[in-house]
Write a protein that binds this ligand. Structure first.
Ligand code: WTA
Length: 631
């Protein structure tokens, strides 16, 4: 089986084969990789418990596949070009050989600090090459990484450290983001006041902030790697051993640790990367995500390195020092495949064409979108002004839980339709279900998007709580993995994602559970009760609208500022509400359930058509909320 698909016809035949003969299909893909021991059984699964195992009996180390395997023929090839936040600072790059040595040194350093196979290591880092080294060092020795996006607060960090019972954390003294510097080490210090599992902190000197260091616990990155051997044996991992945990938000409770395992994740990230982006030898790929999100895991780190690619990694933000920054970087490194989020496209679209026109974008071949539905206007702008109408737009739909891209065009081999993610990748069997849980077979329909057959990079469990995995993803519709998204399938079988059908909101491509934000608001002593909903936002896709019942006679601006502080403190500034309406009560049913449907409509600007309100306890509350709503 060829790993690379070269035409739409080939896609169709590979797809067909992947459905009729999935085990043979994936065997053919898995054979492209280096295994320490070949697998005995390709797949065993059931979606009830659930239990999903790929390539059982197989042993491998993913870093051997993305480093050692490449060294004989690409040791001097650049793995990453690193571009700093400030264009006036110097950039740097790292070759595959250098990356191998850096990874081995840090692997040995982790071992010297007592980290063993199976231990969890938290990574709370800026967008620098050492973050990638940290990830790979964990994988090399079989430690499970849990990356926490550096925009999360110390409380959110502590929750994640405690849930994973991480033994060590790798961080930096701080990071540069646009015109600001963020102090990371003191966030870590604060988090650690409520974490008992962490024995050591490795700190990278990134911004020379001179942080305080706790004796016997804290070590400098540059000191601990000094004098370490340039080689480190790669631990033999079973295919189903944990590779990483990544926390993500759902409709209820605290964020959960999505678990990915070694073998299947390796196969699928490489396969999807090469096919969706049609990456060819010598190309330069750039994914603008942060390594703290799944997109960074799969398409900055694993997919590209497994494919021997050269990539760009960027420390900064799209609008600093100006709105031409992305395009300047594309021009500078002659980027061939560019992958970003609709929110960035919309923000840059609002800045006009001048920043785009200053740069030569002729190297681009494929441009991608991920994280949220892309609206038609943004799609067209991106296609016309960035892709110059010659680059296909790959609108990639997937999730933290899916590990890799599920629905998307494959470079220029697939038909395109703006706002449609497109067809499933080989091996992916999506279905639409109606509200009774029945599969809708015809086209031109809308339904709940589910997947009915396992694929190699799907989540295996939620860390420490398998029951939660079952309840969240496998119980709504028995026998299916439920995505939480609603979708349309057009007459040609292409999928278009409508959006979440649960209480998850997607703000600038970041997922938050409304309950999680409400919990944060409710920690504020002024708040009695709150309800959070999403509303359409021009740039962010969805904005956060919070209705808060308060117990205070203080000035409302002061209260709102303090509510925002509570959210920043519990989760991080990325989750702060865009609009806060102080209300005297929330619309509830007689049985005390908040009628979110009404609140969603009000946030969308609706004044009166709220549908069936017969169960509403106090209609006057709704009138009051409408008359004071923030538009
Ligand atoms: C949404 C990000 C429409 C969707 C990779 C999904 C999208 C959630 C798209 C997962 C897309 C992601 N079109 N919606 N191309 N890509 N989504 O876990 O609602 O951060 O369920 O993974 O983002 O977000 P997550």
């Amino acid at each position: 089986m060829n790993l690379k698909i070269n035409s739409f016809g080939q896609y169709l035949s590979n797809y067909e084969e992947s459905v009729t003969n999935p085990e043979e299909f994936w065997n053919g893909i898995a054979e492209h990789f280096t295994w320490k021991k070949r697998w005995d059984k390709t797949l065993s699964w059931e979606f009830k418990t659930p239990s999903i195992k790929w390539f059982e009996g197989g042993q491998l180390n993913i870093t051997e596949n993305l480093l050692d395997r490449h060294l004989p023929h690409r040791k001097d090839q650049i793995a990453f070009h690193w571009e700093p936040n400030d264009p006036n600072d110097s950039d740097s790059s790292i070759t595959y050989q250098q990356l191998y040595h850096e990874v081995c040194k840090l692997s040995n350093a982790l071992k010297s600090l007592g980290i063993e196979k199976g231990d969890r290591v938290c990574i709370y880092m800026p967008m620098v090459i050492e973050s990638i080294v940290s990830i790979l060092a964990c994988a090399r020795i079989g430690a499970v990484h849990s990356i926490v996006f550096a925009g999360f607060s110390s409380n959110a960090l502590a929750d994640r450290i405690n849930d994973a019972e991480a033994k060590l954390i790798i961080t930096a003294d701080g990071l540069n983001r646009g015109g600001k510097q963020v102090d990371l080490k003191s966030m870590v210090d604060e988090a650690l006041t409520s974490c008992n599992s962490i024995k050591h902190v490795i700190t990278l000197d990134c911004i020379h902030a001179n942080p305080s260091m706790t004796e016997n616990r804290d070590v400098w990155y540059h000191e601990i790697i000094e004098n370490q051997s340039l080689d480190c044996p790669a631990e033999a991992m079973n295919s189903e051993d944990l590779l990483f945990i990544l926390y993500t938000s759902g409709s209820t409770g605290k964020p959960k640790g999505v678990v990915h395992t070694c073998g299947g994740y390796m196969i699928y990230t490489a396969y999807s990367f090469q096919n969706v982006f049609q990456y060819h030898e010598g190309d330069v790929f750039w994914c603008t995500a942060d390594i703290g999100w799944i997109t960074g895991h799969s398409y900055i780190v694993y997919g590209p390195l497994l494919s021997g690619a050269t990539s760009v990694i960027f420390e900064g933000v799209p609008t600093y020092p100006d709105a031409g920054r992305f395009w300047q970087i594309c021009d500078k490194f002659k980027v061939n495949q560019f992958y970003t989020a609709p929110t960035a496209i919309r923000a840059l679209m609002a800045c006009g064409l001048e920043p785009v026109e200053q740069y030569d974008l002729s190297s681009l071949k494929v441009i991608g979108s991920v994280g949220e539905p892309i609206n038609e206007e943004a799609w067209n702008w991106y296609h016309k002004n960035i892709g110059k109408k010659k680059c296909p737009v790959v609108d990639t739909w997937w999730q933290t839980e899916t590990g890799g891209i599920m629905l998307s065009g494959l470079g220029d081999h697939s038909p395109m339709n703006p706002t449609h993610a497109g067809y499933p990748l080989p091996g992916i069997q999506p279905v639409l279900l109606d509200s009774n849980g029945n599969e809708i077979v015809e086209n031109g329909v809308e339904g709940y998007l589910c997947i009915k057959f396992p694929w190699p990079s799907m989540l295996r469990t939620t860390y420490g709580d398998h029951e939660r995995c079952k309840n969240t993803y496998f119980s709504n519709y028995e026998g299916y993995y439920f995505t939480g998204d609603g979708a349309k399938r057009d007459e040609t079988g292409m999928y278009r994602i409508i959006g979440r059908v649960d209480d998850v909101i997607n703000v600038s491509g970041h997922r938050f559970g409304t309950a999680e934000i409400e919990d944060a608001i409710n920690t504020n002593s002024n708040a009695i009760e709150s309800a959070v909903v999403g509303y359409p936002h021009d740039i962010k896709g969805q904005g956060i609208y919070a209705y808060v019942v308060i117990d205070s006679s203080e000035n409302s601006d002061t209260i709102k500022a303090s509510l925002i502080d509570s959210v920043s403190d519990k989760i991080g500034r990325i989750a702060k509400p865009d609009k806060i309406q102080l209300v005297s009560g929330l619309p509830k049913t007689r049985s005390g359930k908040i009628m979110r449907r009404i609140l969603r409509k009000i946030a969308e600007g609706e004044q009166q058509n709220f549908g069936d309100t017969s169960t509403l306890l106090d209609p006057e509350i709704v009138e009051q909320i409408v008359s004071n709503s923030i538009l």
